[in-house]
Design a protein around this ligand. Structure first.
Ligand code: PLP
Length: 383
């Protein structure tokens, strides 16, 4: 088959399965509102949990950073792209989260790829939660290490995999707060099992950092666990983009030698690191924002009790409504849009078959009237 045929075929199959992904142009949006084709919608699809993406303090920090350092790093961090704002931010993150070192990456996806590729070899094993993010599972499947998946959030399922091994090392991989379900991993149990077996635990806390734990320090802090490898990302509660790996001194030096995403890729713009420093400060001082978010979550969950859909066991900003059927989930999302609420329907293979859902995300900028409008529309649409 030629490339052209193969590509057309693949697209045809996606279309036939009702799985064709299409982008929309968000003409102007923030955490609370977005505009698509001239229509304004209440935004229930954003990961900007604290609404920091439009915070004037962050915008000013980015502008000042650009004045001082320009808009680009000019090279890999291994050449001349590593600047003072990067070094400061790394030190601040390490200090805040109680690790010896933090290393910046341009995205969470890159951090996970780099980490797993640099650490794991042919003799090793990766045991990952079944629902771990695509960036983790993709990296694990590219790794020459053996990949096994354990039942979602089931420490006993992991325990069965952790049999004594003659050769190689084991990396246990999970998220702090799961992106499609909003539930939290049993980190203490996982960390204990990992420790007992001499394995390392990697926690990707993309959806927990900034949102849960004292000062927003995330899931690990909240559950009083310190895994050897912690990935935090800045595209969600931090309101920007980028990521950091938190680890010990030796691991950081090792990653600087062997993580190709650091060596062969342009460093994050220094101005962005300036904005991230401002964002870190806003997160640290963000108790009011987190309280507002918690109030919104409580309001939504109270109101959604009477709906004929299963509300996921989630106390976080991610509040999925499990619809089950793909077409019904799509129809519901479309009805919500007609009534001015933007909610994304998530279908397999992103989630397990038969669990198509509305992935409703709440944030600190929503007002009570936004939550009520969403609930009213859901009650009207169900019939
Ligand atoms: C969003 C997300 C990522 C990817 O992070 P980016 O910085 O957006 O590339 C990684 N892991 C999890 C769990 C995520 O939700």
């Amino acid at each position: 088959m030629s490339w052209q045929h193969r590509i057309r075929d693949a697209l045809q199959q996606q279309r036939a399965a009702g799985r064709l992904r299409q982008r929309i142009i968000n003409q102007q949006g923030d955490a609370r509102w977005l505009a698509v084709e001239g229509q304004r919608y209440r935004n229930f699809a954003s990961n900007d949990y604290l609404g920091l993406s439009h915070d004037p303090r962050l915008i000013a920090a980015w502008q000042q950073g650009a004045q001082q350092y320009g808009v680009g790093a000019g090279g890999s961090g291994h050449i001349t792209g590593y600047c003072r704002p990067h070094a400061e931010l790394e030190a601040q993150l390490a200090d805040w989260l109680g690790y010896s070192r933090a290393l910046l990456f341009i995205s969470g996806f890159a951090a996970n790829q780099a980490l797993i590729a640099a650490l794991t070899g042919k003799q090793d094993r990766i045991f990952a939660d079944k629902l771990a993010h695509a960036s983790l599972l993709e990296a694990a499947s590219h790794s020459p290490a053996a990949l096994r998946r354990f039942a979602h959030n089931q420490a006993t399922s992991l325990q069965k995999l952790l049999t004594p091994q003659e050769v190689g090392d084991t990396l246990v991989v999970t998220e702090g707060v799961f992106s499609m379900d909003g539930d939290s991993a049993p980190l203490a149990a996982l960390q204990q099992l990992a420790q007992q077996s001499g394995s390392w635990l990697l926690v990707d806390d993309a959806h927990g950092i900034g949102v849960v734990g004292e000062q927003g320090r995330g899931s690990c802090w909240q559950q009083q666990v310190k895994p050897p490898l912690l990935v935090v990302t800045f595209g969600k509660a931090f309101g920007l983009s980028g990521a950091a790996v938190l680890c010990d001194e030796d691991t950081a030096e090792y990653l600087l030698q062997f993580a190709r995403h650091l060596i062969y890729s342009t460093a994050m713009p220094p101005a962005q690191a300036c904005a991230l420093q401002a964002s870190l400060q806003a997160v640290q001082q963000g108790d009011e924002l987190r309280q507002q978010l918690a109030a919104n979550i409580a309001r939504f969950r109270r109101g959604a009790q009477g709906l004929p859909f299963r509300l996921a066991e989630s106390s976080t900003a991610i509040q999925p409504l499990i619809i089950g059927d793909n077409q019904q989930a799509l129809a519901l999302a479309s009805q919500l849009r007609q009534r001015g609420c933007w909610v994304t329907a998530i279908r397999p293979p992103t989630v397990p078959p038969g669990t198509a859902r509305l992935r409703i995300t709440l944030n600190a900028r929503h007002q009570a009237q936004d939550i009520d409008a969403l609930l009213e529309t859901l009650y009207d649409a169900k019939g």
